[in-house]
Design a protein around this ligand. Sequence first.
Ligand code: MSP
Length: 478
Amino acid sequence: MKTYITTAIPYVNGAPHLGHAEDYLLADIYSRYMTMRGNEVRFQVGTDEHGNKIEKKANELNIEIKDYVDQNSQKFRNFIEKLGVKYTDFIRTTDEAHVARVQKVWEKLKDHIYKSDYEGWYCEGCERFITDNEYKETDGVCPDHQKPYTKLSESNYYFRLADFKDEIRQKIELDKLRILPEFRKNEVLKLLADAPDVSISRPTSHLKWGVPVPGDDSQVMYVWMDALSNYITVLGYPDQDISDFWPATVQVVGKDILRFHAILWPAILLGLGLPLPKTLLCHGFILSNGQKMSKSIGNVVDPIEVLDKHGLDAFRYYFSRHIDTFVDSDFTWDKYENAYNNELANDYGNLVQRLSNLCNKNDIDRAFLDSHSVYSSIKLDDKYCALMDKFEFTNAIEYAWKKIQDVNRHIEETKPWSVAKENPDEAKELLATLAGELLNANELLKPFLPAAERVSEIFSAEKIEPPKVPLFPKTLAN
Ligand code: MSP
């Protein structure tokens, strides 16, 4: 089956922070899993490069906007690669092909676009128009960005959301556009009921850094109109037939931008006569010591520092197991160190070291394990697949980890080193069983931990040798 997985494209008004890792890791875990199950995966990542806040930041720094976005886009690309993310497509909204295609998208939506005047509020942090009700409820200050809204009085093009509201509501209610987790669905339905038509352009007198509106030099497109379209322009729409990969199997987004993906985006797609994505997977926020990461609080965690501390597997392990797939979760250095030393190094790293060593000492090689059908019986079990299919990644790795702990317990209980002294043949049989258990548990870890591939190699080498340096050297005495 063909599978298309997308991630939100971050604004390039700064370097990546720890929170940005969440989109990529969730998408990458699913992508690796779907590939293991024999699917052909297309996996988009990219950068969102237009809009007010980028224009403003580059101006503040006195840098050419294009140079500024080039530099920051590259930082995101490096970061994504450092996370071991196996994407297939990287899109930048300043790519010529994207700009030309998004203009064609605009033309195709013409029947649903009208011109009007806007007089109201705008949040630059969210790049969002704020309704009067929201303004009142928040006392004029954006709760996400802690900044007062700015007053706008301008002429804009509007997209007639009203044309599609009923259809979107039905699709969400019937799970034809599935929103996960379930509790987010009701939030979206409430927002949808009150959603006004959407302003989809800005006058160039207020914003220059955007995609020109076709046929009107005085307007550029609203950044969300431009950014959302990336999911299909990257596949070649409308120049190419995209039906092989569209609709997307899953689109991964953070909770702050679900509203754009569950309301404006479906409306654009319906306006284009395209099917809606099958699932919107909405994750929570990564907090630092229980609080939102913010420069003014001084609790921003640099993801590169975290990656460099114990390597990629430790990073991916923590994010999969200790950052819940669906709700806000905390990062602290203490928790990170603890997870690395007491779980990854103890449960998994030591197990690999110990068992490969026992195999080595007892002359267990590839041929022996093969003759005991160890490799041919490796499979992803149904319970695990059910969790992965529901995108319950934290539960799936938890399940895999229990199996790793089971192998540790079986070694302790059966004591192959003692058996070897009395009955070497029996010890070999026992070790083949234990190696089989480890390789089965290890298989379940592959979407999460690149090290799992290495473990497979260790146990399928002609001669099994323990790693010279442990996979996860301990850093604390305990
Ligand atoms: N440019 C838009 C997305 C356009 S998609 C067509 C945007 N950019 S962003 O840089 O602000 O956010 C990018 C992604 O990072 C979003 O999914 C957002 O939810 C996520 N996160 C930003 N901070 C986060 C945390 N602290 N924790 C987890 N994810 C967070 O929005």
